[in-house]
Structure formats: C-alpha cells, structure tokens
Design a protein. Structure first.
Length: 181
C-alpha cells in the first residue's frame, strides 16, 4: 500500500461545484482506501491505496459521479511522484519569493513540445510556463485573478485536463503525504 495524493478539478471554487470534505472522504473510504485525509476545501486528498494512477483516477471519478453526483476529473500521484514534481520545479525563485503566484498543474497526459510552444505563444502578459512530463509549472507575477492565462487556454493548448495548486498548497500536500507513509 502506498501513500497517494488525489486532486479534484474545479470544486468549491467560485461558489460552483460544491462538495463537503466529509462526503469526499467517505467516497474514498467506501472504495477501501485508508488513512484518508482532506486538506483545505478545494479537493485535496491524501490516502493510502494501491493501483496505477489512471486506474485509481477512473475508480474515483466513477464513484464521485455515482455517490455524490459530481462529475469531475481526479488526478492521482504517488508520494514519490509528488516529491519528484517538487524537485523538478524550474522556477525555484518564484516558489521561494512569491509562492502564492507559483502554480503547479498536474495533468492527465504529458503534452509534447509543440503544445508547450503553442501555450507560450498564447501568453499575453508576463506569465511563464514550463512542462515536465505530466505537469505544468506556471508563474503569475502579476496575480492569477486578472491574468488572461486561464485554465481554458492552458487545457486547450496542452490538449489535456489538469488542476492547479499554488506552491504553498503543493508543499502542504508533500508534508501530508510524507506523514501518511
């Protein structure tokens, strides 16, 4: 059994797609996952369980739809993959100096270099973006709320779904998954 992190896409943000964390936790437990713990109110779950990422994602997506009527993407990473993702951060200065404007976006699939070029070409401000495997790293030096680099543009150019967490949340999840192992 391995400690894992699951991220739900687009819940409890902007008053849409509401889900109580107690209900989310019960879905994981009903599937036989253990040591289930939610973090914040935005669909972050640390749990222990086995299975390939894609298989666990599919099981969770189906269970969420069936049990609580929520249709959304779930992204799963092992504790080791999460640590590797942190180590691969190409923007350490932004993570250190402005962590709330540094976003890590786990992705369903790894985009190719042409997708990265298309995304960079779509940037209208000072934002920066890099890719490493199934992860995008984004820096929003002028803030996220007013940026034109939206999730719709990111997913459209990368041709895959993802969900972002700021660097502060990334580190909190790393601490939680390390404690679950």
């Amino acid at each position: 059994m391995h400690a894992r992190i699951a991220l739900l896409r687009a819940i409890n943000v902007g008053g849409k797609t509401k889900l109580a964390m107690t209900d989310l936790k019960s879905v994981f437990e009903a599937l036989g996952f253990t040591a289930v713990r939610t973090l914040l109110q935005t669909g972050n779950v640390v749990f222990v369980g086995d299975g390939a990422d894609a298989e666990v994602e599919a099981r969770l997506e189906a269970a969420l739809a069936q049990r609580v009527g929520l249709e959304t993407e779930v992204l799963v990473r092992s504790g080791e993959a999460w640590r590797d993702m942190i180590a691969a951060n190409p923007y350490p200065d932004a993570a250190r100096d402005d962590p709330s404007h540094m976003v890590v976006m786990p992705l369903k699939a790894a985009p190719g270099p042409e997708a990265l070029a298309a995304l960079r070409a779509a940037i209208k401000g000072r934002e920066q973006v890099s890719l490493a495997g199934r992860c995008a790293y984004l820096v929003y030096p002028d803030g996220i709320g007013t940026s034109k680099l939206t999730i719709k543009i990111i997913e459209g150019k990368l041709a895959t779904k993802g969900t972002g967490r700021n660097w502060n949340t990334v580190l909190k999840l790393a601490e939680a998954v390390a404690g679950a192992q």
